[in-house]
Ligand binder design. Structure first.
Ligand code: NAD
Ligand code: UDP
Ligand code: UDP
Length: 314
């Protein structure tokens, strides 16, 4: 074979997906990127279009898809609260119908299938740091539920297709990830703060800024994806993937102002409903099973991301 495996990446034109397309092409695989371009962008994959091992198909995963493939990475789903709450019914459909279609495809082709699940399955956690055995604290009827419950139902489907149809699954619970190719108007905290800092606009702190998150640079996350996919079939997950270094949102704002040499001031805005108070992954399972841990420190990852947004906005 001229190439390695045939890999389908849903959501491949998005932030994380486009980095994954690049990584798998560089490793010698054929990549089929499927995306409806809701939050994904053609520019993210434009440099890949001249590569004969790369193909793009504009398609919505809530509809069936018949292609031949060896591996599937199922990333299709808007990830920013602003975007997933824009059309909440479509968000749930994307997670649930999308999972059913991709699992049906995996069942027919006998492909391995990876699910981009999320730390949001833990909701506003009462256990800290979050371990995979914690079942979470999710409000099923709040504004975040379309995403959280959609992703939880997708996990259920993955494990039922595994038990009932022997589909080979890998479920990763991804914690906050950042880096180049986040959208400037995406609404997530890292992109918001960096764009505000570069423009000298006020930095919008929701609530008192004492809530915490743990931020993983995109290249670290992608390395974790590939290791999980390449692990033996007994390693199904769910497995936390993220950076365990925890910061308050206020600390993040101060760091971004410092690194971008910005004159921006902080302003307070209301805290969104159901905003989780504390979030940090326990990554012991990934460390032991995949020999994986993040290696890019927050300062370095933020500097690279600031550099990206400076050239994008100039
Ligand atoms: P993103 O919004 O940049 O990427 C999502 C991609 O999915 C976009 O290209 C979008 O156009 C596409 N998409 C959405 N609905 C679709 C549909 N119905 N059919 C086909 N394509 C569709 O977000 P991201 O940060 O790259 O997230 C990628 C995946 O990782 C998502 O599943 C997300 O839930 C998960 N995740 C991300 C984070 C994070 O911090 N970035 C954290 C946890 C989980
Ligand atoms: N499916 C798909 N591509 C395939 C195989 C199946 O999109 O290559 C879809 C199919 O349309 C169905 C879903 O996946 O709606 C689930 O498939 P499965 O075989 O599990 O269920 P069934 O077809 O028996 O309802
Ligand atoms: N946040 C903030 N200002 C912003 C955007 C977000 O203070 O301009 C806060 C938000 O309330 C949350 C945290 O930053 O507590 C992370 O938000 P994001 O939307 O990036 O991700 P998620 O809440 O899904 O982890």
């Amino acid at each position: 074979m001229a190439f390695g495996k045939r890999v389908l990446i849903t959501g491949g034109a998005g932030f994380i997906g486009s980095h994954l397309c690049e990584k798998l092409l560089a490793a010698g695989h054929e990549v089929l990127c499927v995306d409806n371009l809701f939050t994904g962008r053609r520019q993210n994959i434009a440099p890949l279009l001249s590569n004969t091992a790369f193909e793009f198909n504009r398609h919505d995963v809530t509809f069936p898809l018949f292609v031949e493939t060896d591996e599937i990475y199922n990333l299709a789903c808007p990830a920013s609260p602003v975007h997933y709450q824009f059309d909440p019914v479509q968000t749930t459909k994307t997670s649930v119908h999308g999972a059913i279609n991709m699992l049906g495809l995996a069942k027919r082709t006998k492909a391995k299938i990876f699910q981009a699940s999320t730390s949001e399955v833990y909701g506003d956690p009462t256990v800290h740091p979050q371990v995979e055995t914690y079942n979470g604290n999710v409000n099923p009827i709040g504004p975040r539920a379309c995403y959280d419950e959609g992703k939880r139902c997708a996990e259920t489907l993955f494990f039922d297709y595994h038990r009932q149809h022997r589909v080979r699954i890998r479920v990763a619970r991804i914690f906050n990830t950042y880096g180049p190719r986040m959208l400037p108007n995406d609404g997530r905290v890292v992109s918001n703060f960096i764009v505000q800092a570069i423009k000298g606009e006020p930095i919008t702190i929701y609530g008192d800024g004492q809530q915490t998150r743990s931020f993983c640079y995109v290249s670290d996350l992608i390395e974790g994806f590939v290791r999980l996919m390449d692990a033996p079939d007994t390693v199904t997950g769910p497995m936390n993937l993220g950076n365990p270094v925890e910061s308050t949102i206020l600390e993040l704002a101060e760091k971004i102002i410092h690194l971008s040499k910005s004159s921006s001031k902080l302003i307070n805005k209301p805290l969104p409903v159901d905003d989780p108070t504390r979030r940090r992954p326990d990554i012991s399972k990934a460390q032991e099973t995949l020999k994986w841990k993040p290696v890019v420190p927050l300062d370095e990852g933020l500097s690279k991301t600031i550099h990206y947004f400076k050239s994008l906005l100039s």
